[in-house]
Write a protein that binds this ligand. Structure first.
Ligand SMILES: Nc1ncnc2c1ncn2[C@@H]1O[C@H](COP(=O)(O)OP(=O)(O)OP(=O)(O)O)[C@@H](O)[C@H]1O
Ligand SMILES: [Mg+2]
Length: 333
């Protein structure tokens, strides 16, 4: 199938510090992909690179980002800007990152409609109210006159989603869209995103550090660690038979329903900051099954029909898991 987005060997550096290396994945039209990983693993930088929103001194230093058949990295900045807000849109954890405090909600949604959809002022005002209604905001006409600070966190999140939808995007990137919200509102926003996706057919990249959200909302996931993709697969594969010791550790650190544990498992150690000093696997110093082979650069290996992992041990997944890697398997009781 023709891919909507294809990221190939993407590399991003901030000044001389490389923060992404060999990031590759693709997304079909209408598909939902989850990107999961600890803080600092490169999830947002990947999204910002796709959107062309990396701020100096951040820049793409290698690889390709194909949008349909166009290489986004060789598009003139103007053309990339036109795609942003129309073909592709992004929503953030904190709505105030993209809402302007000095304009009303109505003015901000209308601006997208006039800029990207060529509507006049009156058409845009009417359509803006319809978008607010679509994202579940009551009395949308009255809300158009509100400034962002007059709305609750959940309402602001809905407004940001309405603004994103106003450009009729083929891809919506949601970067931790619900982390700042309480659990009930969180569930409402995720339900809303799923409903809108079904209605509009847009593809979605859901970025989160919560494996549970990926399991519930995405068909496929990629796991990032220290600026690299360490595992990819369908959510069933990632959750039932994770191949990379890091994914296994992440799963093991999830609380389990009905399980009595005084202390939750946490992966020992911290994410390395400087990729340049690590020629081999970036997870090796935290990995319970690391050997000398991990000091060598690791390639992505096919470990299942639709599952890949960046770990030499994953090549022979079964024998390794039956041996030392059983240590980092999710507990069975
Ligand atoms: N503006 C910046 N200047 C310098 N380094 C940056 C900048 N933004 C991100 N980085 C670095 O890039 C790396 C990846 O950061 P990124 O924000 O993508 O992580 P993340 O996976 O989104 O984490 P979180 O879950 O905390 O949002 C980190 O090491 C971070 O320090
Ligand atoms: Mg982030």
């Amino acid at each position: 199938m023709q891919q909507l987005l294809s990221v190939q060997d993407l590399e991003v550096s901030f000044a001389n510090r490389r923060v992404l290396r060999q990031v590759s994945f693709s997304l079909a039209p209408g598909e939902t992909l989850g990107i999961v990983g600890e803080s600092g693993s490169g999830k947002s930088v990947t999204a910002l690179a796709i959107m062309g929103l990396l701020s100096w001194p951040g820049r793409v230093t290698g690889g390709q980002i194909l949008w349909h058949d166009d290489d986004l990295l060789s598009l003139p900045p103007d053309a990339h800007r036109r795609l942003r807000g129309s073909a592709m849109a992004m929503i953030f954890q904190e709505p105030m990152t993209c809402l302007n405090p000095v304009y009303t909600v109505g003015q901000q949604i209308a601006e997208v409609l006039m800029l990207h959809r060529g509507m006049n002022k009156r058409e845009a005002a009417e359509a803006a109210a319809a978008y607010l209604a679509q994202v579940g905001i009551a009395e949308p006409k009255a809300r158009l006159r509100n400034f962002p600070h007059e709305l609750s966190g959940g309402m602001r999140q809905r407004v940001m989603i309405a603004m994103a939808l106003a450009g009729e995007p083929e891809l919506l990137i949601a970067d931790e869209p619900t982390t700042a919200l309480d659990v009930t509102v969180q569930a409402q926003i995720l339900d809303l995103l799923q409903r809108l996706q079904a209605e509009t057919g847009m593809a979605m990249i859901l970025i989160t550090h919560d494996l549970g959200l990926v399991a519930e909302n995405a068909a496929r996931g990629i796991v990032m660690y220290a600026g690299e993709v360490v595992e990819t697969g369908g959510v069933d594969e990632l959750f039932v038979s994770p191949a990379h010791p890091y994914t296994q550790g992440l799963l093991r650190s999830l609380p389990r329903w009905g399980e009595q544990r005084d202390v939750l498992y946490s992966i020992p150690g911290t994410v390395p900051r400087n990729l340049e000093t690590i020629p081999g696997c970036a997870f090796a110093d935290r990995c319970p099954v690391a050997t000398e082979a991990c000091q060598e650069p690791q390639i992505m290996r096919q470990v299942g029909p639709a599952q890949t992992a960046r770990c030499w041990a994953a090549k022979a997944k079964q024998p390794i898991l039956e041996g030392g890697a059983a240590e980092c398997q999710p507990p069975t009781k």
